[in-house]
Design a binder for this molecule. Structure first.
Ligand SMILES: [Zn+2]
Length: 224
């Protein structure tokens, strides 16, 4: 397949071969997550959250592809986000189409990228979660919706903050459009690149739940 990455000087983040950010030879080396419950951290078929935990957790399912601790995965995802190498998302997602097909339910669902504040989006030139959502959408036949959820607070980068600090900073950071006509019974898949404390996903889910969306889930590329 003649791809964009062929012309972009792409090199595999694991073995440094040319042409792909993540080459076919390295595909078997990606550590795929076994199903687990993100809230209890226990094994869970299909990544569903245990009912007992759902009382205090706004998400019903958190699907995670891989582990962020693999150094080259971390570098690939950081470069995709901060250096505009978002073509790497396609290289790391498309080979795992069966994974996304297995765990995402296409019936009455939407992919909703975690929104950036408009200033950050303007500075970066793109929203990384939206890029990821579009690639996943090619696999699972679920539409991407970027007109439902918005971010009103311009927040600092959160990587060095504690969980409590993140929660405080993100409180009321998001809102939903008053114009949307999306049925509340729609399954919403929030899409993000990395989940760490889960504060951002939970705050987005809380915002949607407060608007009476009953089934809010998440799909992310990596978790630390
Ligand atoms: Zn490689």
């Amino acid at each position: 397949m003649l791809s964009f990455s062929l012309f972009s000087g792409a090199k595999c983040y694991n073995c440094w071969q040319n042409w792909h950010y993540f080459c076919p030879q390295c595909i078997p080396k990606l550590q795929i997550y076994e199903g687990f419950d993100y809230a209890s951290k226990r094994p869970s078929k299909n990544f569903y959250i245990d009912k007992e935990y759902q009382k205090d957790f706004s998400l019903t399912q958190v699907i995670v592809l891989t582990h962020y601790h693999q150094k080259w995965v971390k570098t690939l995802l950081r470069h995709a986000k901060f250096y505009g190498k978002y073509a790497a998302y396609r290289d790391i997602i498309l080979p795992f189409s069966p994974f996304f097909n297995e765990y995402l339910d296409t019936h009455n669902s939407l992919l909703v990228p975690i929104p950036l504040h408009f200033l950050r989006r303007w500075k970066r030139g793109f929203n990384q979660s939206e890029k990821i959502a579009w690639v996943i959408s090619r696999i699972v036949d679920i539409s991407v919706c970027n007109t439902l959820l918005f971010r009103k607070k311009y927040t600092k980068h959160q990587s060095h903050l504690s969980k409590a600090e993140r929660q405080t900073m993100l409180y009321s950071a998001f809102y939903t459009s008053k114009k949307h006509k999306i049925p509340k019974s729609t399954t919403i898949y929030l899409v993000d690149d990395v989940v760490s404390s889960g504060s951002t996903l939970l705050e987005c889910a809380n915002t949607l739940r407060s608007e009476w969306f009953t089934d809010v889930r998440a799909v992310v590329l990596a978790s630390d």
